[in-house]
Design a binder for this molecule. Structure first.
Ligand code: A2H
Length: 256
């Protein structure tokens, strides 16, 4: 970090249905017929088949940003500013048009379509306390098979659904095996969370270790066992899935 550039894939998760809390805020601001997209930034596009939900920080400030007459993005203002200095995202260099402001908690429960996910009826926007406002877009798509943070968070959300004000089943979508690894099998995140006895998303030190191990093993030794690039090494599949998502209009490059 600092001097190196992080190359993310920003995915477009189209809103299918807003909760009442969001409808009140967006009333008259998102034109009839226009689409809104949550835009999580990911380093692991090859795992997108296994998305089960998408996280926002409940107390983080988000904006709705106009991209064109028909498309609006949900992300942090910091990310929108960064996007305005990258080619092919906003129409005018250095300008971003924010049409609404809200907190993450206002959009919990939003039903969205997650490109490539096996969950074709859509997935939900859910809260994650550890989302940082200073990284990516402050929107994080959830792949509990391969991300220890995501796995620990969905377990916690299901356990304390009432406390979080969500429906338990929103946090309990099927976890799809996508990548097989020599050390951890085909559900790397679950295996590491169990092996390291990670109890909650607040076990930050152990999660850091799990994340490091999952990334090294999954990325360098993993083999795809699902999707169009089944049988390929993860290292090779990453760019193939990313390009497929970009070509279909479901993603774009975002760097910071
Ligand atoms: B990754 P780096 Cl399957 N706050 O995507 C917290 N976490 C964030 C974030 C934010 N503002 N923005 C992005 N991220 C997450 C998939 C994934 C990710 C898998 C496995 C590992 C993994 C599905 N979640 O990341 O600090 C996003 O989660 C482990 C490093 O910029 C993004 O990629 O290196 C990754 O962290 C970016 O982290």
């Amino acid at each position: 970090e600092g001097v190196t550039v992080q190359e993310y894939t920003a995915l477009k998760l189209k809103v299918k249905e807003w909760p009442e809390s969001a409808k009140k805020i967006l009333d008259g601001k998102l034109p009839e017929g226009a689409n809104a997209y949550f835009v999580p930034a990911t380093l692991r596009p090859e795992t997108m088949y296994g998305q089960t939900c998408c996280f926002v920080g409940p107390n983080i400030d988000y904006g709705l940003f106009k991209v064109s007459d028909s498309e609006y993005f949900v992300c942090s203002q910091r990310a929108a500013r960064n996007m305005s200095y990258q080619p092919g995202i906003f129409p005018k260099w250095g300008e971003w048009n924010q049409v609404a402001s809200f907190k993450g908690k206002d959009v919990i429960g939003t039903l969205i379509n997650a490109p490539l996910s096996i969950h074709k009826d859509g997935v939900r926007i859910l809260p994650m306390e550890t989302v940082k406002d200073t990284k990516g877009t402050a929107v994080v798509t959830c792949v509990p098979s391969d991300s220890p943070d995501d796995y620990a968070t969905v377990l916690d959300l299901a356990k304390k659904a009432e406390y979080y004000g969500i429906k338990k089943e929103w946090a309990e979508l099927e976890i799809l095996p996508i990548i097989d690894t020599p050390a951890y099998g085909n559900l790397t995140a679950k295996k590491l969370v169990e092996d390291l006895k990670i109890q909650s998303p607040k076990d930050t030190k152990k999660l850091e270790e799990a994340k490091e191990k999952a990334y090294k093993e999954g990325f360098y030794k993993g083999t795809m066992i699902y999707g169009d690039f089944k049988g390929k090494r993860v290292e090779d599949a990453k760019n193939l899935v990313r390009q497929q998502l970009i070509d279909s209009g479901d993603a774009f490059n975002y760097a910071e």
